[in-house]
Design a protein around this ligand. Structure first.
Ligand SMILES: [Zn+2]
Length: 104
């Protein structure tokens, strides 16, 4: 998977956030901080993955969904983009419907 080969490039938009997270000493992380850290990750802009990137793997992504795979874990960046992007989400849902129709 090309996208997962270069996570640093993908995260270029959120580099500062990631650097902040990397400087945290794991043993010092308290349970109540985990939510804050996850929140930081949530703020990484969706431009980190472009719609073109999603287009390239959208069929694979939809296929994986159809196979009941955990796509949120398998392709987290793509998943986050699709869930937030008003352009990619309808495309993804349309593709899913097509795949479901073909299989029915
Ligand atoms: Zn998009």
């Amino acid at each position: 998977m090309r996208l997962l080969d270069k996570p640093k490039d993908i995260f270029s938009g959120g580099n500062q956030i990631l650097q902040t997270i990397e400087t945290i000493e794991p043993s010092l992380i308290k349970l109540e901080d985990v939510g804050k850290i996850l929140h930081l990750l949530d703020d990484i802009p969706i431009v980190a993955v472009t719609c073109e990137d999603v287009d390239e793997v959208l069929d694979q992504f939809a296929e994986a969904t159809m196979h009941g795979e955990n796509v949120a874990e398998l392709m987290p960046l793509i998943y986050q983009h699709i869930m937030k992007c008003l352009c990619c989400q309808p495309k993804y849902q349309a593709l899913l419907r097509v795949l479901q129709a073909v299989r029915a």
